[in-house]
Design a protein around this ligand. Structure first.
Ligand SMILES: [Cu+2]
Length: 345
């Protein structure tokens, strides 16, 4: 059994986590006792991060135990879409109304690893908003958090609906109104300064605008938001994941059938690292960058996305078995960005 070293002051760095990995424990597993992760400035006790240790079994790669999924389940987020409250408009279009509240919440980013997040509606990522191209959207935003926030939507809209200059202070509200344009895989995130911190704390989510004039083939639809967490506030991520929880889809493989069409809405919200990536084993996929041009796709098994970049994947598996999907940056994979498809014949 490997042990995880601590630096002076009790911090556990990402490099140490990786070194622990190469010694046999890999990734985020902690062995025996408890290891406190605290930011360099220990005066800010609100943001102390604690790793609860314990006498836990260590796997070859991954984490031991499981998270409490009663507050947030990455597998539920994977297939959940918030389509808002709809009502018809006189011009024949649809009005779609969403309620978004920013709240501070401690989330579990790996079994026993807590992170003091800032969230939209209590989860990281926030809800995946979904609408149809041309819909009239109304987003009622309440800031119930401890810091000023906004919602900045990627899309085509008026300057005063851009969620940059209209800072919403704690206790205040703001209504964003704009039309859903253009069709594709979009995203939203807080745009209050310092931007890097507000995004990294968890204020982001997927925003899917379905095309109006063409129906996508029926498919198993999955939302994967690639993200990372700087649990000791040293300016780099200690934990990587899709949908926030390290190795979650390795512990709980995504169940598929041979020949089943799978469509992944992929969004990269990783801070601190310029690019992230996804590699799928055992098959190749079509990839539409931003999902905006149906006539233009790549056929590959690996794509890389810059911060804020997103796209749409479609694929099927021709063979049954267990197939990994993960960042092709091996370091990210070993720190949690690793999952499995379990394909049944
Ligand atoms: Cu913010």
């Amino acid at each position: 059994m490997a042990t995880v070293e601590k630096t002076e002051g009790g911090e556990l760095s990402r490099r140490e986590l990786l070194r622990a990995g190469t010694a046999g424990a890999v990734g985020l597993a902690t062995v025996g006792g408890s290891v406190a992760l605290v930011r360099p400035n220990q005066a800010d006790t609100q943001e102390q991060q604690i790793v609860r240790g314990g006498q836990e079994h260590v796997h070859a790669m991954g984490t031991s135990g499981d998270i409490d999924t009663s507050l947030y389940d990455p597998a539920v987020h994977l297939e959940s879409f918030d389509r808002g409250r709809t009502s018809p408009l006189p011009d024949g279009r649809t009005l779609r109304e969403y309620e978004i509240t920013a709240v501070d919440r401690t989330i579990e980013v790996a079994p026993g690893v807590n992170f003091d997040a800032w969230t939209y509606n209590g989860t990281v990522p926030g809800p995946t908003l979904r609408c149809t191209e041309g819909d009239s959207l109304r987003v009622n935003f309440t800031n119930a958090g401890s810091h000023p926030h906004t919602i900045h939507f990627h899309g085509i809209h008026a300057g005063n609906m851009d969620g940059v200059f209209e800072i919403v202070d704690p206790g205040d509200t703001f209504r964003y109104e704009f039309d859903a344009l253009p069709a594709g895989v979009q995203l939203y995130h807080c745009h209050a300064a310092p931007l890097k911190r507000h995004i990294h704390k968890g204020l982001y989510g997927g925003f899917i605008i379905d095309p109006r004039d063409r129906i996508l083939e029926p498919a198993r639809e999955l939302v994967m938001v690639m993200n990372g967490f700087d649990t000791n506030y040293d300016g780099e991520n200690e934990v990587y994941a899709v949908n926030s929880v390290a190795f979650h889809f390795q512990r709980h493989p995504i169940q598929l059938r041979v020949g089943e069409l799978v469509r992944i809405y992929l969004v990269n919200m990783t801070e601190f690292d310029l690019v992230n990536s996804i590699h799928v084993h055992g098959t190749f996929f079509k990839y539409w960058r931003t999902g905006t041009r149906p006539d233009h796709y790549d056929y590959t098994d690996t794509v890389m996305l810059c911060q804020g970049e997103r796209g749409m994947i479609e694929m099927t598996f021709e063979h049954p078995g267990r197939f990994m999907f993960h960042a092709h940056q091996s370091e990210f994979a070993e720190l949690g960005w690793m999952g499995l498809f379990e394909v049944h014949g």
